[in-house]
Design a protein around this ligand. Structure first.
Ligand code: FAD
Length: 508
């Protein structure tokens, strides 16, 4: 069905949904270029947001756009690095930033960036986008409910291009413009967090740095100083683990503080909790496709990774900067395909390296710590500073990929991961990278599929299945998910036949 706003409605070149770091940075750059841009933000600002530790890349960006003085006025602690403290307070590693940066209270930081964008000519309105209008495969406008409005009536606005910067709101995905959200099986976690006053910080300037405490892979807590007196504290563990410890978010937070690290417990023993305890579930995902002829997604609206290395705001700002160039080129040349495809490739490259870095961190904590103290130190600093989107082939990445490739879960045949990946790499159809079939000792067929994200129909076809991660080959986009065990070994024409059989077995 064709859905159009009325011809009488207002018109903008670009509508941006969401006023977090991604939306504000993109909005500032587009408005500066002369495009007429409207940003719609659903919450009145300032509003609370999680994500307080910034990278060196963000520090450089803020200096470039001239916000140093404002950052100083807000008394944000100046960050010179982050520490990782392992079980029993051992394996302590401090990784300095290449460039100084800040820890922030996001309510004020996001307000600062949004005000900056408005000063560059961005039009801002507060309201929640509820509807996307299309004409054929193009998007041509939005319907939004203005904040403080007494009626449910939507305001309609037309435009040539829409940017989704709505963070976890993922408005274009929910409206079936962008692809569906796939929760990342690697990181199905739960986070609880709040603020404390009176916590014990390190002496001098080191007291401004953040600390990641971890007890075992994927069990960690953060300690981020966000003002001269306040720290943000959060506990993150796999969801299955969290369910065992406490009925409320506060119980679980207290459990984490006591059990993840005695040093964290010591730092908070006399501190006062000053904020509500908040909880976030299931928060790593990807959305594909995230670019079309008249729209694109930036930041958390299409991709979110385990936040252990504090890369979220940095990645959002890097993407927004590249996306702004792509959109400006598209408007100038009339080519709304190539520049946007280049943006998608840029984004996939950067997120793939960031995601490998996180996977490497969790699977090889000891090696990571040793390399962070060795000749690879500068490469690790560079990546942690937010530069995973660069084209450089850093030495640490070669070392990282070769270590990951040798890593195998216990239940796979005793070949190294890369040779298994090579053996199974046989493309059946778009969307399926490979199928891997085994006969079990009970003469049952086990089917494992290696998925890529290029075919939305394929993603739809597997939407009824509960995926179980079976093997991680240490590369973004090369994971084996196990769906099913069947009785017979049929011959398959293509991946859809395999799936149909799998579905019929599941429904028995
Ligand atoms: P957001 O900052 O989420 O902004 C999206 C905006 O869109 C919001 O203001 C929202 O109100 C608005 N919006 C949503 N829906 C609509 C709608 N329908 N209409 C209008 N507006 C809408 N990152 C770091 O850099 N450092 C950290 O230390 C860090 N720690 C984290 C810890 C946890 C537990 C989590 C979950 C995240 C953490 N992050 C961290 C990640 C960081 O919070 C995000 O990556 C970052 O905020 C992404 O910016 P964004 O602009 O894409 O989205």
């Amino acid at each position: 069905m064709v859905m159009k706003p009325s011809n009488k409605s207002e018109y903008f070149d670009v509508i941006i949904i969401g006023g977090g770091p991604a939306g504000s940075v993109l909005g500032a750059k587009l408005a500066e270029s002369g495009l007429v841009v409207l940003l719609l933000e659903r919450h009145p600002f300032p509003r609370y947001h999680i994500g307080e530790s910034l990278t060196g890349l963000v520090g450089n960006f803020l200096r470039e756009i001239g916000l140093t003085e404002e950052m100083e006025k807000l008394q944000f602690p100046v960050k010179s690095g982050m520490s990782f403290i392992g079980p029993n307070n051992k394996s302590d590693v401090f990784i300095a930033t290449e460039s100084p940066t800040w820890q922030v209270r996001r309510a004020e930081f996001d307000q600062l960036l949004l005000d900056y964008a408005v000063s560059k000519g961005l039009n801002l309105r507060h309201g929640s986008v509820k509807k996307i209008f299309r004409d054929g495969h193009k998007v041509i406008g939005v319907g939004y409910k203005p904040s403080f409005s007494n009626t449910d009536l939507l305001e309609h606005i037309r435009c040539k291009f829409i940017v989704d910067a709505s963070g976890h709101g993922a408005v274009l995905s929910r409206n079936r413009i962008a692809g569906r959200r796939r929760v990342d099986t690697l990181w199905q976690q739960l986070a609880v967090f709040t603020q404390f006053q009176g916590a014990v910080r390190d002496d001098g300037e080191m007291g401004n740095n953040n600390i990641v405490f971890y007890s075992e892979p994927n069990h960690w807590a953060w300690f981020i100083p966000t003002s001269p007196t306040e720290v943000s504290v959060g506990v993150v563990v796999p969801q299955v683990v969290a369910q065992k410890y406490g009925e409320t978010a506060e119980d679980f937070l207290q459990w984490g503080i006591k059990n993840i690290s005695t040093d964290l417990a010591r730092r908070l023993s006399e501190a006062q909790m000053t904020g509500p305890v908040r909880l976030l579930n299931n928060y790593s995902y990807r959305i594909e496709p995230f670019v079309g002829e008249s729209w694109l997604c930036v930041g958390d609206s299409h991709r979110f990774l385990d936040p252990v290395l504090s890369l979220g705001v940095s990645n959002a700002i890097t993407e927004a900067t590249f996306a702004s160039k792509a959109i400006i080129t598209a408007f100038h040349t009339g080519d709304f395909i190539k520049p946007l495809q280049e943006y998608a490739a840029f984004s996939n490259h950067g997120y793939s390296i960031a995601s490998d870095l996180i996977r490497y961190f969790w699977n090889f904590l000891t090696t990571f710590g040793r390399q962070a103290r060795s000749g690879l130190r500068n490469d690790i600093i560079h990546l942690l500073d937010g530069y995973s989107f660069e084209e450089n082939e850093l030495t640490v990445l070669t070392a990282m990929h070769s270590t990951l490739a040798k890593f195998l879960p216990a239940n796979l045949p005793s070949e190294d991961a890369q040779s298994i990946a090579g053996r199974i790499k046989h493309a059946y159809t778009p969307g399926l990278e490979a199928a891997y079939i085994e006969l079990t000792s009970e003469n049952k067929l086990k089917l494992s599929l290696v998925l890529n994200n290029d075919d939305p129909n394929f993603q739809e076809a597997v939407s009824d299945f509960t995926e179980t991660l079976y093997a991680d080959f240490g590369r973004d986009n090369l994971l084996i998910y196990r769906f099913i065990a069947t009785d017979a070994l049929p011959s398959f024409e293509n991946a859809y036949d395999i799936l149909n059989l799998a579905k019929s077995q599941l429904n028995k």
